[in-house]
Design a protein around this ligand. Structure first.
Ligand SMILES: *Cc1c(COP(=O)(O)O)cnc(C)c1O
Length: 453
């Protein structure tokens, strides 16, 4: 009898997050002030973020950063999460590969996002902040932040991309149930929103616009900070609990992964599963491949440019060194809403540039085929985002079969898809299509990049 599931005790929840920047030989380039093009200091970020988070953002010296006991206490609600051997999938693929997944879908909001939301809410609360703002695309981050804000007694205002606000009303009601105020973006409540609505009244919104609105409100409200669900270094840091637990669980399984895979939006769940394993590659020269799986309609790591770019559409954020499709890039309306972001986080971008991270891009229909197979043999309906990681894992398992070699594959199941059934409905009725991005389309937004590097 083989063991199917590897569980840790509560006391084995990590006591520190892993900060990969400390171990990187090639340090990431600094964030720049867009006006002066001078490197930012942590203190430049204090108006926008809690000090502790701004300091974590810039920290390149401490490999381990202690997880506050209050945050670990909250993690205990659903952590440690299970590591599962996907024996059903192995059998269906008839592959010699051993496939494992880390199940982050068991969190109260159904995704990994709560790992960072709770940490961000805690540090804000500790510094006397009373109000938070954030943006959300499909609503997963907004839901996580709404729960976290409530847990630490903070008020939260969420700007939700208008098209999702209308198309995904349940995500909005989840945030409202947790006590957040939710506004469709663009809205009339900010200068950025009013300008866009005046220029194009029917604009359905984008993550970039929603970020501009959330940042603006935070800057103008006393005792208010902005929070972000991906891309930034401190968010990647908080997510490393995923990989640190998985590391112990793989040990329990008596294996070490040859390949680690995560789907890729801004990079938080990918970093979470991958960084703790990458540290063995950086520090001990361990042979391991880590693969980021992104949508072919939003392929920043596979087809983007490494350049300084803004994190938002209006250009309010610092200049961020990253693989980007250009901050004016407007991705196709695929169902994996969490992967529709134009750039990749700074840490991942540097690691990708140094060939320590690989990337693949995957068509929408392939992700839903993978998701459906996974649901049937493992009993979990995955989020459309997570389906990218599943598809990439299946590709690797099939490759192992072709080569007739045993390989151990670990992927992150970043969330479940139970609130995404409209997407599955479309797939089942044959109404889903692929979106291929032409070089011409891509060049249009890339050409607008300033060439700071
Ligand atoms: C938000 C989200 C993602 C993408 O964001 P990353 O920061 O790249 O992890 C992936 N999966 C799920 C379930 C999400 O909610």
């Amino acid at each position: 009898m083989s063991t199917k599931k590897f569980l840790l005790e509560e006391r084995e929840i990590p006591t520190a997050w892993y900060n990969i920047a400390a171990d990187m030989k090639q340090k990431p380039l600094p964030l720049l002030n867009p006006g002066t093009k001078q490197p930012l200091q942590a203190s430049d970020l204090y108006p926008l973020f809690a000090k502790a988070l701004a300091d974590q953002e810039m920290n390149e010296t401490d490999a381990w950063i202690e997880i506050p006991e209050e945050v670990r206490e909250m993690y205990k609600i659903w952590r440690p999460t299970p590591l599962v051997r996907a024996t059903g999938l192995e059998k269906a693929l008839d592959t010699p590969a051993h496939i494992y997944f880390k199940n982050e879908s068991v969190s109260p909001v159904g995704s990994h996002k709560l790992n960072s939301a709770l940490a961000q809410a805690y540090f804000c609360k500790k510094e006397g902040v009373t109000n938070l703002t954030t943006e959300t695309g499909a609503g997963q981050w907004g839901a996580a932040m709404a729960y976290a804000a409530q847990a630490f007694g903070l008020e939260l205002a969420v700007y939700m991309v208008k098209i999702s606000y209308n198309q995904k009303p349940y995500r909005r009601s989840i945030m409202q149930t947790f006590g957040a105020v939710v506004e469709a973006s663009p809205s009339m409540s900010t200068k950025a929103g009013r300008k866009i609505l005046t220029d194009s009244p029917n604009y359905q919104g984008s993550l970039g616009t929603a970020i501009s609105e959330a940042v603006e409100l935070a800057m103008q409200t006393p005792n208010c900070k902005y929070t972000l669900g991906s891309v930034l270094n401190h968010v990647m840091l908080h997510q490393t609990v995923i990989g640190l637990e998985a590391e112990k669980q793989m040990e329990m399984a008596g294996e070490y992964p040859d390949i680690v895979i995560g789907c890729f939006g801004g990079g938080s769940n990918f970093s979470g599963i991958a960084f703790p394993f990458l540290r063995h590659k950086l520090n001990d020269g361990k042979q391991i491949r880590v693969i980021a799986a992104e949508p072919s309609s939003c392929p920043k790591l596979t087809r983007g440019q490494f350049q300084y770019d803004f994190g938002d559409e209006s250009g309010y954020t610092p200049l961020i060194p990253m693989f980007t499709l250009g901050h004016t890039f407007s991705p196709a309306n695929i169902h994996a809403g969490g992967l529709r972001y134009h750039g990749a986080g700074t840490l991942i971008s540097q690691l990708r540039k140094d060939d320590l991270v690989e990337a693949v891009d995957i068509d929408q229909l392939d992700t839903f085929e993978a998701a459906t197979l996974f649901a049937r043999v493992e009993g979990i309906i995955p989020a459309p985002e997570s389906a990218h990681a599943i598809a990439a894992a299946i590709n690797e398992a099939e490759q192992a079969k072709k080569e007739g070699r045993q390989k151990t594959i670990l992927f992150n199941l970043s969330g479940h898809g139970l609130i995404d059934m409209a997407a599955y409905d479309q797939f089942i009725s044959g109404d889903l299509s692929n979106y291929t991005l032409t070089d011409d389309e891509l060049n249009q937004t890339l050409q607008q990049l300033e060439h700071v590097i």
